[in-house]
Design a protein around this ligand. Structure first.
Ligand code: PAF
Length: 279
């Protein structure tokens, strides 16, 4: 597997992969790869001839008091995992390649980026959309894959690809979970052993709320119960637990399909997100 850090070499390598009409799938990541990422790579191999993975910890999607500096980085380990998964190429640009001196253009996400994680993390989705647009322009894949764990991010990227005529397929991959239900996330590594054990309360509360709403419970009551259960389970605070239209992300007070339960909660310095289909 080639590891590439400059755009000219990347273009040559991707053109070589595409020779003979072969297709290329891109799996954008920030590294610290776990089974969720690897399941995306496996899915990418099923839908395309070659898989390109990018690793770039994108500074513009972190707020000033967030974990950019502490975000786990281990490129050698990640690269070894990607070799095992038969990725063709690892695109790992430096910040100075992604945002050269004088870089001054960005994408602004309106509507879909305002609520949920966007409310708690101002500017986050502008940073995500901008870097994803750049990664898509740099790699020029036929397909790009993203995890459904970041449901709002996936909806925003789908909308951006449509709005800006990127002309490629965006695929979402199901959430990979540990045996106790906690969604796999690079940020789970921040949790102490005790916190990690307690964190299972988060998916458990969401599952109970989704089941209650699907069987006709009052939405506001089910959401309030989920919040209370998450805090009782050891979380310090809940940013949001909301029922949303799965595509437009509009908040729903009454169940209407397709619906998704979206949530974010904080334990110590760690902020975890999760979501579930309802019904
Ligand atoms: O989901 C992520 O890991 C990041 O937000 C992404 C899509 C790679 C953009 O930096």
């Amino acid at each position: 597997m080639q590891i590439i850090r400059d755009i000219a070499t990347l273009h040559r390598a991707v053109s070589a992969l595409k020779q003979g009409g072969k297709s290329v799938a891109l799996v954008p990541t920030m590294g610290a790869l776990h089974d969720g990422h690897l399941s995306l790579v496996r899915m990418a191999r099923r839908v395309a001839d070659h898989v390109v993975v990018s690793i770039f910890v994108n500074p513009t999607q972190f707020g000033p008091n967030e974990d950019f500096a502490a975000y786990p980085r281990d490129e050698a380990r990640d690269a070894a995992l990607l070799v095992e998964e038969k990725a063709a190429l690892l695109w790992a640009p430096d910040v100075s390649v992604m945002y050269p001196e004088g870089h001054s253009t960005h994408i602004e996400v309106a509507e879909l980026g305002a609520d949920y994680c966007g409310a708690a993390r101002p500017g986050h989705f502008d940073g995500v959309a901008t870097v994803v647009a750049k990664l898509l322009n740099q790699v020029r894949p036929d397909i790009a894959l993203f995890g459904e764990k970041d449901w709002q991010q996936l909806a925003i990227i789908r909308r951006m690809a449509r709005d800006l005529d990127f002309g490629l397929d965006i695929l979402g991959a199901p959430i990979a979970r540990d045996a106790d239900g906690l969604a796999l996330s690079s940020r789970n590594a921040y949790l102490t052993k005790e916190q990690r054990a307690a964190a299972a309360a988060f998916p458990k509360a969401l599952k109970a709320a989704a089941a209650a709403i699907a069987s006709g419970a009052d939405v506001a009551e089910a959401l309030a119960e989920a919040k209370a259960a998450i805090v009782a389970g050891g979380f310090d605070s809940v940013d949001y637990v909301a029922l949303a239209d799965a595509n437009s992300l509009e908040r729903l007070t009454v169940l209407r399909q397709p619906a998704r339960l979206l949530a974010a909660a904080r334990m110590g310095k760690t902020r975890l997100i999760d979501n579930l289909a309802v019904g």
